[in-house]
Ligand binder design. Structure first.
Ligand code: LHQ
Length: 263
């Protein structure tokens, strides 16, 4: 793939997507958002890819929207940020959400603004201990976009979500893990190793079932118990008819390791 701001590599069933504008702390431009989305979609469509790993090059995960594009000293044009969201961020977030494969996000350094909130859409978020999550929006008069007002109250509760958003204080990776914003924080020097191990492990698992699992978890926020039970039954029907279910049960009975295919 010919991309300027994103690196894409497939290895052992894992597609690794690296945000690659390290000199700008991987701040998002319109082109970069488009490339990021393309990479997610390519990984989703490639049957050799069974899991996706996302990380950032250099010392940051992402500083959010590239503010260099918005120099009011050069142009005093009133921007329509809803258009920026609709054309760049929202299609990316929909692509991540629609990905029918497990995903891991390795937050290697500071994640600010949209950079912090895009990370929250991945299934398993693991961060370097030195990483910080900053809802930087309020510092520049904006609201926490890119799904921030959706995930923050759900993950850390409304009281913490409001304070994080309104104070824009950096949340250290360890605290983010304690509060349930992310899965865990690990030492900086083992972040990529751990994240790759998780992604490689997921790539060997019954990924069809994992895709159904994440769909169910996402739907739970909107469903009542009856609707959720009905959806579980529908998804379990699919799981029960999969090759992986047969293989899992057979391997268990034969006392051997299963070989899942994601079908
Ligand atoms: C940057 C940026 C950046 C460009 C650092 N852009 N260059 C969605 C829809 C539409 C529009 C608006 O926004 C959104 C969503 C958003 O994401 S809004 C929030 C945008 N992000 C921010 O407000 C964060 C701005 N950055 C920072 O607060 C700091 O840079 C952080 C806390 C991320 C890192 O601080 P430091 O480690 O002290 O690094 P630094 O500030 O020295 O930055 C290093 C370089 O990166 C520097 O460039 P230079 O040429 O001086 O070395 C910065 O200008 C550049 N950079 N963020 N978002």
């Amino acid at each position: 793939m010919d991309m300027q701001s994103i690196l894409y590599q497939v290895d052992e069933g894992v597609a690794t997507i690296t945000l690659n504008r390290p000199d700008k702390l991987n701040a998002f431009t319109a082109d970069m958002l488009g490339e990021f989305r393309t990479a997610i979609e390519v990984a989703g469509a490639d049957e050799n890819v069974r899991a996706v790993l996302v990380t950032g090059a250099g010392r940051a995960f992402s500083a959010g929207q590239d503010l260099g594009d918005r120099d009011f000293a050069k142009s005093n044009e009133t921007p329509d940020l809803s258009a920026t969201l609709a054309s760049g961020y929202h299609p990316l977030i929909r692509a991540i959400t629609a990905l029918e494969k497990p995903s891991v996000c390795a937050v290697n350094g500071v994640a600010a603004g949209a950079g912090a909130n895009i990370a929250l859409h991945f299934d398993i978020v693991i961060a370097a201990r030195s990483a910080k999550f900053i809802q930087a929006f309020s510092k520049i008069g904006l609201i926490p976009d890119s799904g921030g007002t959706y995930w923050l109250p759900r993950l850390v509760g409304p009281a913490r979500a409001r304070a994080l958003a309104m104070l824009a204080v950096p949340l250290a990776a360890d605290q983010a893990a304690k509060w349930g914003l992310i899965w865990k924080a690990v030492d900086d020097n083992v972040l990529l190793l751990e994240a790759r191990n998780i992604a490689r492990h997921l790539a060997t698992q019954p990924t069809l079932g994992l895709a159904l699992t994440k769909k169910l978890m996402a739907a739970s926020f909107d469903n009542d118990l009856e609707a959720q039970l009905a959806m579980e039954a529908e998804c379990q029907k699919i799981g029960g008819q999969s090759e992986d279910y047969k293989e899992g049960v057979t391997a268990f009975l034969e006392k051997r390791a299963p070989e899942f295919k994601g079908r």
